[in-house]
Structure formats: structure tokens, C-alpha cells
Design a protein around this ligand. Structure first.
Ligand SMILES: Nc1nc2c(ncn2[C@@H]2O[C@H](COP(=O)(O)OP(=O)(O)OP(=O)(O)O)[C@@H](O)[C@H]2O)c(=O)[nH]1
Ligand SMILES: [Mg+2]
Length: 510
């Protein structure tokens, strides 16, 4: 309770404020005498209403600002990362500010740990304590990144937060009790002096403190949610291999592509970033090599030659305006001994876009469908990657009936005449046989001197899928980097263990 000196101090304060405080009842008296009291009351109600409305608007604006400063998932993330984000987001939504007071709470790190665990559980569902799978340097990396982001966000969102420490907040809370007691005294006095205005302003004050209280709890909730989201975000980046300890460009050329680049006859200047890897697949004689020649606008892939099963898959370097530098791989027919199903699977797991070539005049596509289904299953079984986009080029359309007629261009959206109608029907058949959307099926003619639809339609379709292919490329690069990093860490640890073992005899023997 108040001790003696406090009481004297309070008395001094009261005496000091008395002349000013007396103005309120005296003013009321004067208003009443001069018959203006009602006008004054009306003005007060109007001002309070406007003030409240203004406050409400400010609060809405603050909420909008806070909602805008919210960590969002990366749209490039593969499915497993998206699932982990869903777990983080539901955790952020469920957090209750009253459970996590900011002022005197040393438990806040527990909240971060829970967020880490939510992510770890998605990546290691079979491990009982998934957090133990995280190495200490990686954990520190998450903390460092999350704290850095949170600091810039808080400095941007919380007024004065760069000067306000948790200690300041606690001191303010201690003072708050004293201040409230003084305020109560003032209120009681006011009620005696001027009942009408006291009741009105009391109501207004109630609304006002409620509004301030609500704004603070909005901020508090936002801070907790951002804390969870930031930790979750970087945990996902780390577990999915996008965040590694080693600095450097994420899309540096991978060792595999470096080797392939060295094998291309066209490699001139060294590439700084990883090329897009495009795989051309299809049955023998479908027109794969012819398609590559048409794409490059010159004869680079030997067409119409007997494949040499011993020769490695030949890469060609494609540089064209608008497209990320690419390596195009020409393959032997996937129905021949030159390319085993295993080899197809291996190739298909390391490329960013697949161009499937199928001949329009060969309706037996069961084997192709089986290969494609197998590849699709393979891609679907890798939740940490995006499946590479697939484009189907339908070749040999010039041989469709009537075979003698060849007068491009053909309008396939509204086919006129039997040739256009037959081409359209072939496209629909291919789309159905191979279970691909019609929009991904492009008719082309690759016969020498008759090349049609390649540099325009097929090229445009390729460019359209470049974004999706780039996503695949990025994850592939990060995968490669993570693998290299894991090896480097393991080597370091082994070396450390080796040194320890080497010193062991000296330690054990006196
Ligand atoms: N008329 C016509 N002939 C084509 C077309 N596309 C390819 N050809 C011909 O079909 C033959 C085979 O073409 P390639 O490009 O060697 O086929 P490929 O798929 O590379 O064959 P392999 O490498 O042996 O698996 C060649 O004689 C081409 O000229 C086309 O659209 N129309
Ligand atoms: Mg070929």
C-alpha cells in the first residue's frame, strides 16, 4: 500500500493539479448557467463518435499492414515443402497470445522448437525424435536467418521497437499499476464533480482502452505468428535442401552438366549457371534427331543412322534468345536395346523438361503409354521435386491422309478439308493414348524441306514451360549442392574421428 512519503507526494500532486482540475466543474457550471450545457454535450458525443470511428479505421489499417507483413510460402516449393508449410500455418493460426506473454516469458524458445518439430515431422515421419536429425550448424543457421528477418520486420512494424527492450516493457508494466491507481482517484473525483460528462467520457474511455487493448493483442498475435512462420520457413528451406551452409550461387553448374558441356561440340565460353536439361524421348524413327535439327535450325544430330548402343547419350547445347541456356539430349528409341528402361528412368530423373516425339501415322502407342506412365509414377514418388513439364511433338503429320497433299499452314482449331481434319484427329488420339492434355500436344513436320510448326508453335510452347522447367532446375541444383555439402561435412567429421583415433594409443598408454 501507499506509504507515508508516497501519500505526501500524492497530496503535493493533487494540490498542484487542483486549479486545472477545478476548471472542469466550473466550466460545467458555467455551461449550465448560460444554458449551453446541451450543446456542449451534443458536441462531445459527436466528437467521441468521430474519434471512435477514426480509431476503428486506424485499427483496420494496422491490421491490414500486419497482414501484409506476413511471411508467405515460396510458390516454387515442391509438394512436401508445401505440406510442411500447411502444418506451420495451422500452428500459427492456433497460437493464443495469452499463452505466450512477451514480457516475462522465458518459454518463447519452446514455441520455436515446436515449429521446428512440426516441419521435421513431415520430413522424417518415421523417426521418433526428428529434431535430432538436425545438425547443430544447421540449427544455428535457422535461428540466425529467422532472427534476422524477424528483427527487420519488427523494426518496420512496431513503433519504437528498436529502442524498446523487453526490460522497458516490464518496467512500464510495473508503473502501470501506480498510474492506474492515480487514474482511479481522478475518476472518482470527476464523478462527484460532474456526473453527466463523467459517465459519457467514462464510456468513451472504456471503448478507447478496449480499442488500444485490442490493437496491442493484434500486434502480440502477429509477433508470435511471425516467429512461428519464420522458424518454419527456414526449417523448410533447410530440410528441402534449399538452404545450405556454404554460400554461393544456388544454380552454379553441376558436375554432371559440366561433364556434358565438355562433351558438346559447340561448347565455347564456359557457362556460369546450370543449363536447362531437355530430354528428347520417343520410339525409334519417331523423328527425335530430326526434331533437334529443326529446333537448332541446322543439322547437328545425325538423323537416320543406325544407333550405336555403346555411344553415350549425345548432348547438344542450345542457345536462343528468350530461353535459358539448355542442354538437349538426343536418345536412341526407348523401344530399342540402345536405351534400357533403367536408363530412361535415370535420365528422366535428372532433366528439367521432356520432349516426347511420337509419329502421327503409327497408332500403336501402348508401349509409349507404359513408359510414360512409369515415368509419371517415378516423378510423383519424389515429393521433394517438381515433375519436369512434358511436351509431346506429333511428327510425320505430312504423311496423314491424303498423303500427297501438303499445303501448310493448317488451321487446327477450325479444321477445313480432310488433311486438317485428320491432323486434328491424330492430335486428339495422341492426347488420349498417352494421357496428356491436348494443349501439350504439338503437331510438327520434320521432313527435310517440309519443316513446319517447329520454330513458331513448338518453340512458343517450350518458352511457355520455361518457368516450370526452371523450378525443376533450381531444385535439382540445390539437391546437388546439398549432396556435396553432406559429403564435405561427413569427410570433416571422419577426419576428426581419424585424428582422435590416431591419438588414442598415446592417450591409453602411459
Ligand atoms: N515425312 C516425314 N518424315 C520424317 C518426319 N520426321 C522424321 N522423319 C524421317 O524419319 C526418319 C527417322 O528420323 P530420325 O530423326 O532419325 O528419327 P529418330 O527418332 O532420331 O530415330 P532413332 O534415332 O533411330 O531412334 C528420317 O528419315 C526422317 O527424315 C516427318 O515429320 N515427316
Ligand atoms: Mg536419332
Amino acid at each position: 500500500m501507499l506509504n507515508r512519503t508516497d501519500r505526501l507526494r500524492l497530496l503535493a500532486l493533487l494540490l498542484w493539479t487542483l486549479p486545472v482540475a477545478a476548471l472542469l466543474p466550473l466550466g460545467g457550471l458555467w455551461l449550465w448557467r448560460s444554458g449551453n450545457l446541451l450543446w456542449w454535450l451534443a458536441a462531445m458525443v459527436a466528437c467521441s463518435a468521430v474519434g471512435y470511428g477514426f480509431q476503428w479505421w486506424l485499427r483496420r489499417r494496422d491490421r491490414r499492414l500486419l497482414a501484409g507483413a506476413q511471411t508467405a510460402p515460396d510458390p516454387q516449393w515442391p509438394p512436401r515443402s508445401q505440406a510442411a508449410w500447411a502444418a506451420i500455418e495451422s500452428m500459427a493460426q492456433a497460437v493464443k497470445p495469452e499463452d505466450w506473454p512477451l514480457t516475462d516469458n522465458p518459454r518463447l524458445p519452446d514455441l520455436g522448437r515446436a515449429a521446428l518439430e512440426a516441419v521435421a515431422r513431415i520430413y522424417f515421419p518415421e523417426v521418433e525424435r526428428p529434431l535430432l536429425e538436425l545438425t547443430l550448424p544447421h540449427l544455428l543457421l535457422i535461428i540466425e536467418r529467422a532472427a534476422r528477418d524477424l528483427r527487420t520486420e519488427v523494426a518496420g512494424q512496431l513503433p519504437l521497437s528498436h529502442r524498446l527492450t523487453l526490460g522497458d516493457l516490464m518496467r512500464a508494466y510495473r508503473w502501470k499499476a501506480t498510474a492506474e491507481r492515480l487514474l482511479d482517484l481522478y475518476r472518482a473525483g470527476r464523478l462527484v464533480f460532474n456526473p453527466a460528462s463523467a459517465v459519457l467520457s467514462e464510456a468513451w474511455g472504456g471503448l478507447r482502452t478496449k480499442a488500444f487493448g485490442a490493437a496491442w493483442s493484434d500486434l502480440h498475435r502477429w509477433l508470435l505468428q511471425e516467429y512461428i512462420r519464420k522458424v518454419g520457413f527456414y526449417a523448410i528451406e533447410l530440410y528441402s535442401g534449399r538452404l545450405v551452409l556454404t554460400e554461393g550461387a544456388p544454380t552454379a553448374v553441376t558436375p554432371a552438366s559440366r561433364q556434358d558441356l565438355e562433351r558438346t561440340a559447340t561448347a565455347t565460353a564456359d557457362l556460369a549457371t546450370e543449363p536447362l536439361r531437355i530430354l528428347v524421348l520417343g520410339r525409334a524413327n519417331a523423328g527425335k534427331s530430326s526434331l533437334i535439327n529443326a529446333l537448332f535450325g541446322q543439322l547437328i544430330a545425325p538423323a537416320d543412322v543406325l544407333p550405336d548402343p555403346a555411344a553415350p547419350i549425345a548432348p547438344y547445347r542450345l542457345e536462343r534468345a528468350g530461353l535459358t541456356s539448355a542442354l538437349v539430349f538426343d536418345t536412341p528409341g526407348c523401344d530399342t536395346a540402345g536405351l534400357t528402361p533403367k536408363a530412361v528412368d535415370r535420365l528422366a530423373s535428372s532433366v528439367d523438361l521432356v520432349l516426347w516425339v511420337t509419329a502421327a501415322q503409327r497408332p500403336d502407342r501402348q508401349a509409349e503409354r507404359e513408359t510414360l506412365d512409369r515415368l509419371r509414377a517415378l516423378w510423383a514418388a519424389r515429393p521433394d521435386h517438381h515433375p519436369p513439364p512434358l511436351l509431346v511433338a506429333v511428327s510425320h503429320i505430312d504423311l496423314l491422309r491424303p498423303p500427297r497433299e501438303w499445303q501448310p499452314p493448317y488451321d487446327l482449331a477450325n479444321p477445313q478439308g480432310s488433311k486438317a481434319t485428320n491432323i486434328r484427329a491424330a492430335l486428339e488420339a495422341v492426347a488420349q493414348d498417352l494421357a496428356v492434355p491436348l494443349a501439350d500436344v504439338i503437331p510438327v513436320c520434320l521432313a527435310e524441306g517440309r519443316v513446319y510448326n517447329v520454330t513458331d508453335t513448338l518453340w512458343a510452347a517450350l518458352l511457355e514451360r520455361q518457368g516450370a522447367a526452371d523450378r525443376v532446375r533450381l531444385l535439382r541444383c540445390l539437391d546437388e549442392r546439398k549432396r556435396a555439402e553432406d559429403w564435405a561435412l561427413l569427410r570433416q567429421q571422419l577426419a576428426g574421428a581419424g585424428r582422435f583415433l590416431a591419438r588414442l594409443p598415446g592417450r591409453l598408454l602411459p
